[in-house]
Design a protein around this ligand. Structure first.
Ligand code: GAP
Length: 570
């Protein structure tokens, strides 16, 4: 990543648009918030991310030997399930009742915010105290709070010290939720230098909403279900309501029996799926990081309950290594185990793989992937009906009539181990990654500015995307030095040979050679091949490496083999 974080994200977003990686969806109509399109280079990059995942997790997985760190050998298979599934799937999985975010509306500006995304600080001046909020984080958020407090109190910047920030009692907020009044019992009198969650306010009446001019405009927090609704068929009644899947995982659980019955997989084994998911996020933001339509790459790994802690550890480490093997520096990556009180009620362990995205403050990380130990929650829910946790036990949730609130399929999703003659419901380890978030992390990690000589030998700043060669949209670019003396013909022949060998290659004969190198550096092409005046004499071309800038002569006949060798070794 380039030196300072300031402005880095803006540079990456600008490059993504300029070079055709990512565009705002429906841009000519003003764009659609939370939706993104991948351009000609972006589609290749994202496909390479997906393909690397699929190759590493499924098609190149060796089921005959235990990979390093794995308790034993295992099989990995794939599926592709439909985006719209039976509505009962989401009732039993818990998404229908529980897949909610708390939101608040601003009565003054009519804007809507996610309750847990609002942060702020107490500001006191002339006996008045307000909790000034912002959607920004870190330094930017603190500055914004300062500006808004100055404006609200009508104080000039030079008199900033007349406003006291972060002092007095924090906490005590109470609000109405689900027919009950929730009082957040926490209070503290210690001064706070940082941005605080909105629960540090004492009353909604004292909160200055992020875009409001006066406090007290926020509504009570309300639950908002994130699933997109749609209607199946022509009748269009409420009974025909279905949902766009908010995760690909449930498509795997409901096919567990099909996969067991139709293949020779034996526990432990994993079922993998890549596909679109949809969430009606209240505040999509940070470029593609939080989108409303995105792609997931999920594994449900089914194992013996008593072996599951070992498999959890294995998958956590294996998935972390996947990112570092593809070029993410461990200094920018973090494996964070959830605290016990953060865990879902059915989970005995969850870890997030987090990346230091440049839109976050230094020291902050955003989730790339979650690895969750899910016990037998999902398979049992789809057998028995929606489960709930009661005193540490998962039991079927019942309605007022004593019957299951949401009925399961009634199908037997247990597994019979013919070696041990045991029947059990497998436990599940779920490594769940985002293809778009992964692609964004690879883009951010690749962005680099350094100096390289131009055609006149003068050092110039160059932007170089240091993608891992497996991910680079174009692997090799071929240039004739000049557009005559048979050089274009020879360069085109090399270009065609590379493409015939399945290597994504580009051909470019426009502009000075330095400019052509720079164009390829900016899209992350690892190798450039130049046919020059010497080629006719020595039968060789210049092969230039994007990162080391080292140039070597390679015989024309060996170019394709050399690129293949370098790709294999990458
Ligand atoms: N089946 C488990 C599951 O879906 P999750 O943490 O909600 O877990 C998994 O999502 C991954 O999907 C996240 O780590 C992230 O990479 C990606 N993801 C989730 N919501 C997203 C969104 N709104 N935009 C982009 N990616 C998202």
């Amino acid at each position: 990543m380039a030196g300072t974080r300031e402005g880095l994200m803006d540079k990456i977003v600008a490059l993504c648009k300029r070079r055709g990686f990512v565009f705002q969806s429906s841009e000519i109509y003003g764009g659609l918030n939370g939706f993104w399109d991948y351009g000609p280079l972006g589609v290749e990059l994202k496909r390479n991310v997906r393909n690397s995942w699929w190759e590493d997790m499924v098609s190149r997985h060796d089921p005959l030997d235990a990979p390093a760190g794995a308790p034993q050998s295992f099989q990995m298979v794939g599926i592709e399930s439909s985006i719209i599934m039976h509505p009962q799937v989401w009732k039993c999985s818990g998404h229908f009742d529980l897949f909610v975010d708390k939101m608040v509306d601003c009565k003054e500006t009519r804007k809507r915010y996610r309750f847990d995304h609002l942060k702020g600080r107490w500001a006191t001046n002339g006996g008045k105290r307000v909790f000034v909020t912002t959607m920004a984080s870190g330094e930017e958020g603190l500055k914004e709070v300062e500006e808004r407090a100055l404006k609200y109190f009508g104080v000039r910047r030079k008199d900033l010290d007349k406003i006291e920030f972060g002092t007095g009692v924090h906490g005590g907020l109470s609000f109405q939720t689900g027919g009950m009044r929730a009082t957040l019992s926490y209070t503290s009198a210690s001064p706070r230098a940082d941005l605080r969650p909105i629960t540090d306010a004492d009353s909604l009446l004292n909160i200055l909403a992020p875009d409001a001019t006066a406090p007290g405009s926020l509504t009570e927090p309300r639950d908002f279900n994130l699933m997109f609704k749609t209607i199946i068929g022509a009748l269009g009644t409420e009974e025909d309501t279905a949902y766009l899947r908010p995760e690909t995982a449930q498509g795997i659980f409901v096919n567990f029996k099909n996969v067991c019955d139709s293949t020779r997989v034996k526990v432990p084994f994993g079922i993998c799926q890549i596909g679109k998911s949809f969430r009606n996020e209240i505040t999509p933001r940070n470029f593609t990081f939080r989108s409303r339509e995105f792609e997931q790459m999920e594994i449900e790994f089914f194992c013996q309950p008593k072996e599951s802690p070992n498999w959890y550890t294995y998958w956590r480490n294996r998935r972390y290594a996947w990112y570092t093997n593809l070029g993410i520096k461990s200094a920018n990556l973090r494996l964070r185990e959830h605290d016990k009180d953060e865990l879902s009620h059915y989970s005995c362990g969850t870890a997030d793989i987090e990346y230091a995205f440049p839109f976050l403050d230094a020291g902050e990380y955003g989730e790339l992937e979650g690895i969750a130990h899910r016990g037998d929650f999902d398979l049992r829910s789809h057998m028995e009906g929606k489960l709930k946790n009661e005193n540490g036990q998962l039991i079927v949730e019942t309605g007022p009539d004593g019957q299951p609130k949401w009925r399961g399929s009634g199908k037997d999703l247990s597994y019979f181990d013919d070696q041990t003659r045991e029947r059990f419901v497998p436990h599940v380890i779920e490594p769940s990654a985002g293809a778009d978030r992964g692609t964004l992390a690879f883009l951010c990690e690749a962005y680099y500015e350094d100096e390289a000589p131009d055609d006149k030998g003068q050092m110039q700043t160059r932007v170089v995307m240091r993608f891992h060669p497996r991910l680079a949209p174009v692997k090799a670019a071929v240039f004739p030095l000049i557009k005559k003396d048979g050089q274009p013909e020879q360069a085109k022949a090399i270009y065609r040979e590379l493409r015939d060998a399945g290597i994504a290659a580009a051909y470019d004969e426009q502009a000075a050679i330095g400019k052509r190198y720079r164009r390829q550096d900016e899209i992350g092409t690892p190798w450039c091949i130049t046919v020059d005046g010497e080629t006719a004499k020595d039968g060789a071309v210049t092969l230039r490496d994007r990162d080391s800038l080292q140039q070597v002569r390679v015989p024309v006949k060996e170019v394709t083999g050399e690129i293949q060798r370098r790709l294999r070794g990458a």
